[in-house]
Write a protein that binds this ligand. Structure first.
Ligand SMILES: Cc1ncc(COP(=O)(O)O)c(C=O)c1O
Length: 419
């Protein structure tokens, strides 16, 4: 462990996955930005739901009522986590689903022209070049279907969002509704973007901000009121929760005006031969039978996270500093993204001349070390930076200094083999 506290030890021991060997070695899991491991309390919530509480919330019997209460209590828990109202929380399958839901809802608003929240052919959609494909492709398609312009804003040489570039593009907007799509934290650069400033600036020029919080929520305090962001999303599996569950936050007045992207059971009050009466938000966006286990597991994960937040933050700061120092000692190793320890999360995307990132990841896997290699769903960013591919090491509070030491030793061995 590090300046090893019993609390850190105790925290790591809550993750059963570390009790088993991988390729005959202890698991060194350095891929938490892809997905985090799960504490026992989250795993237990799934076993408990399927073995003792399982039901759908559609009916009126005991288990169904209990299921409804658990779903709404989870919504309340997410709302207090994001510091917003619970009716502003839509459950989705994850960030990708949240962003597609939103883009499709804007498309239906455009097609049905049923509110003053319509994008038009004159609108602009501004997307940061560093975005994950999940926050690019839905907007690319939407702009094509609506016939409006999609533009990218760039970065400064030190990997920060170029606010001047953003402003110059915002200034040329003429439409009443425009969108700015940006991540709160980049999954490659690790930079924490100044989302409050971006919202402020965008609002001055009739633009709504869609923020992808996927990499932010497990490392930062996120407050929808303070950020004044219009839409925000995250995936449960990146914050110690189950896969297949995520969140879309939207300001009340916006969710109210948005069309639904899917129609079907559960989202409607009354169906007539030629018309219908949808439920109000957020339920109008949740057609069909929900992922109850995921919703319940998300609450369990957020409760666990909030309870351990102070310790998690302390551990991550120390681990990040240690890993950063060790990486900087390796000759020729390039880290892309933020160098400012106060403005980043604990992940490092790197490359080494002469060593293919895939080869590196495969070699390290032989030692039970899990890292990510490739473009991390940010092809445009890699092209913009003129880097073919990178390997990414990402930390969570269950990691230790020993994990980092072992990784660095094996990294050096691979470098001397290939370099
Ligand atoms: C910044 C960012 N946005 C969006 C996503 C997509 O998340 P999901 O695959 O859980 O929908 C990811 C996943 O890696 C991500 O890192």
């Amino acid at each position: 462990m590090n300046p090893s506290s019993n609390l850190h030890n105790n925290l790591r021991q809550q993750f059963p996955i570390f009790g088993q060997p991988i390729n005959g070695q202890s698991l060194i899991y350095l891929d938490s930005a892809a997905t985090t491991q799960k504490p026992k309390v989250v795993i237990d919530s799934q076993i408990e739901f399927y073995s003792r509480q399982y039901s759908s919330n559609h009916s009126v019997h005991f288990l169904a009522n209990q299921c409804s209460l658990m779903v709404e209590s989870s919504r309340q828990c997410v709302a207090s986590f994001l510091k917003c109202e619970s009716k502003e929380i839509v459950f989705t399958a994850g960030s990708t689903h949240s962003l597609n839901l939103l883009a499709n809802a804007f498309l239906f608003n455009f097609l049905e022209s049923n509110s003053n929240l319509n994008l038009t052919k004159d609108s602009r959609i501004l997307v940061c070049i560093a975005e994950h494909h999940s926050n690019i492709l839905p907007w690319q398609r939407l702009s094509k279907l609506i016939g409006c312009q999609l533009e990218y804003f760039g970065l400064t040489p030190d990997g920060q969002i170029d606010l001047l570039d953003l402003e110059s593009k915002l200034k040329s907007n003429t439409s009443k509704v425009n969108l700015v799509c940006v991540s709160h934290v980049s999954n490659v650069l690790a930079t924490i973007n100044p989302l409050d400033k971006i919202c402020n600036l965008s609002h001055k020029y009739n633009s709504l901000v869609v923020a992808d919080g996927t990499q932010a929520v497990s490392h930062l305090e996120v407050d929808m009121q303070k950020l004044d962001v219009d839409f925000y999303c995250f995936s449960g599996h990146k914050i110690y929760g189950p896969t297949g569950i995520g969140v879309l936050y939207g300001k009340s007045e916006l969710l109210n005006k948005l069309s639904v992207d899917q129609v079907g059971g559960e989202m409607v009050n009354q169906v007539e031969l030629l018309g219908n009466n949808y439920k109000s938000y957020p339920w109008k966006f949740e057609a069909g039978t929900a992922n109850f286990a995921g919703i319940i597991g998300l609450k369990s994960a957020l409760d666990w996270f909030v309870t351990n937040k102070v310790e998690i933050e302390k551990i991550e700061i120390q681990l990040q500093k240690y890993l950063h120092l060790e990486l900087k000692k390796i000759p020729d190793l390039r880290i892309i993204g933020s160098d400012n320890p106060k403005n980043r999360i604990p992940l490092f995307s790197c490359y080494l001349p002469r060593i293919n990132s895939l080869d590196l990841a495969i070699e390290l896997d032989l030692w039970g070390i899990a890292i990510r290699s490739g473009q991390h769903c940010t092809g445009l960013l890699h092209e913009y930076l003129d880097v073919f591919s990178t390997w990414r090491v990402s930390l969570a509070a269950y990691n230790t200094n020993e994990d980092i030491d072992f990784f660095i030793t094996k990294l050096k061995q691979v470098i001397s083999k290939f370099g």
